[in-house]
Design a protein. Structure first.
Length: 344
């Protein structure tokens, strides 16, 4: 049986991603890693909002929990901040579990509230989280943030120490690239398994008709709480990867804007779709970086105070417009557009 074009395209894309660190510079690798971290977080939010119909505005809070938990667990305390000196791989796993635990503490609320009520409740997490991040200086470093300990995988430190592979110098971005690919692939594979199995059918039933789902025997409150915990763990993993890429955590990054960007990702990409979450994350996370990188060549875009639109503002205008276009003309998002192209 001959292989279809989708298989060949998938294989070519995989090969391209694997060889990219040998040819791309640091900007492109860092941008790609931002997109991978955002995609992991967007997959988690899509399980909650897209598949289960639960609105959450506090996703950035759990991203922050993952990032700072990793720093606190893996840090050595020599910088005067809290550090337990846990091996970095265990610290990564511990950070994801702590984010899940934070979600578990709030899961009874998530199990009983829905729609805008849950959105308002989770919005409070952002303000609480920002207060803690700015004021718990011994843990977070306050306004200045704290350095992120580099990951150590089987003796290989994923930092900027240069190592030559096949004549190409590998630094932190090149090393982290393959970690990001593995984490994203595992996250997407697990989410697809959830959505295509019995838990996914229960989640969709709750989203489509809560009362009917309860009559059919679906434990609505319990399923909602469990998905909230799972979504929190995805956010925690995204926070760890983003922290490793940034190499420094700053409280200002984990605010309301980040939560709104995650919502834009899943709406633009396609609600309830794993591939849609990845596509939406790539669009929303890469757009501001590309506009900033090529701002000198773009019309109406310039540095602040020079009469043009700042690159960050321009990107928000564009993906805000993209949300409107998707809602009006493409309800299934970019994932639906991809499926149309496959069927044509």
């Amino acid at each position: 049986m001959p292989l279809g074009p989708q298989v060949w395209l998938g294989a070519a894309g995989t090969v391209l991603l694997l060889v990219l660190p040998f040819y791309a510079d640091r900007f492109w690798l860092q941008s790609g890693l931002f997109a991978m971290g955002a995609a992991i977080g967007a997959i988690g939010l899509n399980l909650l909002a897209g598949a289960t119909g639960q609105l959450s505005l506090g996703h950035a809070f759990f991203v922050a929990v993952g990032a700072y938990s990793y720093c606190a667990l893996a840090g050595d305390g020599k910088d005067g901040l809290t550090g337990l000196g846990v091996p970095t791989l265990l610290a990564m796993a511990g950070a994801v579990l702590i984010a899940g635990l934070a979600g578990g503490l709030l899961s009874p609320i998530a199990g009983r509230l829905r729609g805008s009520y849950l959105g308002i409740a989770t919005l409070a997490l952002i303000f609480i989280g920002q207060h803690v991040l700015f004021n718990a200086s011994d843990l977070t470093g306050g306004y200045n943030g704290r350095d992120v300990p580099p990951l150590n995988v089987l003796g290989l430190r994923l930092d900027d120490s240069e190592q030559v592979l096949m004549g190409v110098p590998f630094q932190s971005m090149e090393k982290l690239w393959y970690l990001g690919l593995v984490l994203l692939a595992v996250s997407a594979f697990f989410a697809r398994g959830v959505l295509h199995d019995r838990p996914g059918r229960a989640m969709n039933a709750i989203r489509d008709h809560q009362i009917a789902a309860g009559v059919m025997g679906v434990p609505v409150a319990r399923v909602r709480g469990q998905v909230f915990v799972l979504s929190s763990m995805y956010a925690g993993l995204a926070g760890v990867l983003l922290a490793l890429v940034f190499q420094r955590t700053v409280p200002e990054y984990f605010g309301l804007v980040l939560s709104l960007e995650f919502l834009a990702m899943i709406v633009i990409g396609g609600l309830g779709s794993v591939s849609g979450a990845v596509l939406g994350a790539a669009f929303v996370s890469l757009l501001p970086q590309l506009i900033d990188h090529y701002s000198d060549s773009l019309p109406l875009v310039s540095a602040p105070g020079t009469g043009g639109i700042a690159p960050g503002e321009a990107s928000r205008y564009l993906y805000g417009a993209a949300v409107v276009v998707v809602v009006l003309f493409l309800p299934g998002g970019l994932a639906r557009l991809r499926l149309r192209g496959r069927s044509s």
